[in-house]
Design a protein around this ligand. Structure first.
Ligand SMILES: Cc1cc2nc3c(=O)[nH]c(=O)nc-3n(C[C@H](O)[C@H](O)[C@H](O)COP(=O)(O)OP(=O)(O)OC[C@H]3O[C@@H](n4cnc5c(N)ncnc54)[C@H](O)[C@@H]3O)c2cc1C
Length: 285
């Protein structure tokens, strides 16, 4: 394995987890997709973080990132788009790379999106979270792209270059048409992904589109999107009092495990997840 522990998410929970695990001698990698907690950075003033009163969310987050960068934690500023359990650990995929780790800590924050029916069922069988990584498999075919964020434009234009046709379902305001004559914009929301052994189409309430793949582009994917067997309640990952999920070797902390959504709790839970992951590894070693 490349790393002992992989942390997904670079908000207060993920950074706390990574620093704790690294300070206890573990080889740690942390993945962050969107500039280290856009959520906390959006807060004008945080007055209740222990020892650091009256900082803006941006300043508080910069303090955490500066601490992280003083350590030997390997930081990869890319989104995890694939996570697979193997015989002896986990494989983690970003749009440009693949990494392995013995244990994983999920610290992905709140996901505001719901899974589309069929999304989990067809994950890896036509459902993908990354065009750069998986698009080539659908060269010359018709595909769909469901985008909840504008920053997916480059990925959609890449699909338009290599695929026969792209049905684009933009799910955000101020949408701008991407380049590509073979991109049709569908304003009606998608309701279901369907297929047999792999994806064959996508439905709205009034139409059906025959496609070989559906690419989902969100700011934050629901945690079960890349680990379908992960137990979820509402939108939160279920953990026990040691931050262990139902999947051996996978731990979670912070807002992704539920309320209250607070930085002190997130940092504390990240630390707990790291300590539990270390205990798990010392039994496994
Ligand atoms: C308006 C507002 C006011 C708030 N006020 C306060 C306050 O006064 N006090 C307080 O304590 N808290 C406050 N909070 C809450 C605080 O921001 C959160 O509790 C805290 O940020 C949670 O930390 P976290 O690490 O769990 O998640 P986040 O900070 O959300 O971090 C999760 C990170 O994971 C990354 N990520 C997600 N998926 C992936 C992936 N697949 N690959 C790589 N990276 C990924 C995201 O980019 C993100 O950076 C406020 C929040 C808001 C929105």
């Amino acid at each position: 394995m490349d790393y002992d522990i992989a942390v997904i998410g670079g908000g207060p929970a993920g950074i706390s987890a990574a620093i704790t695990a690294q300070s206890k001698g573990r080889k740690v990698i942390l993945f962050e997709a969107h500039g280290f907690s856009p959520r906390l950075r959006s807060v004008a003033k945080i007055t209740d973080y222990l020892g650091l009163p009256d900082l803006s969310g941006d300043e508080l987050m910069d303090t955490f990132v500066a601490h992280l960068k003083q350590t030997d934690v390997k930081v990869v500023e890319e989104k995890i788009v694939a996570l697979e359990e193997t015989e002896d650990g986990f494989l983690l995929g970003t749009p440009t790379g693949q990494y392995s780790a013995d244990a994983v800590i999920l610290a992905t924050g709140i996901s505001r999106s719901d899974l589309l029916p069929g999304e989990t069922e067809f994950l890896g069988k036509g459902v993908s979270y990354c065009a750069t990584r998986d698009g080539a498999a659908f060269k010359g075919k018709k595909v769909a792209a469901v985008a909840t964020v504008p920053d997916a434009t480059a990925e959609i234009e890449y699909l338009a270059q290599i695929c026969e046709h792209v049905y684009l379902f933009p799910r955000y305001n101020d949408f701008q048409q991407p380049h590509g004559k073979n991109v049709s914009v569908i304003l009606e929301p998608p309701t279901e992904i369907t297929g047999t052994d792999s994806v064959t189409g996508i439905y709205t309430n009034s139409e059906y589109f025959n496609v070989a793949a559906v690419f989902m582009f969100r700011a934050s994917d629901p945690p079960s999107s890349f680990l379908p067997e992960l137990q979820i309640r509402g939108r939160s990952i279920l953990v026990d009092d040691q931050a262990q999920t139902n999947i051996e070797g996978v731990f979670a902390g912070g807002d992704c495990t539920g309320q209250p959504w607070q930085c002190n709790r997130a940092a504390g839970q990240g630390q707990k997840a790291a300590i539990s992951a270390i205990r798990y590894l010392s039994v496994k070693d």
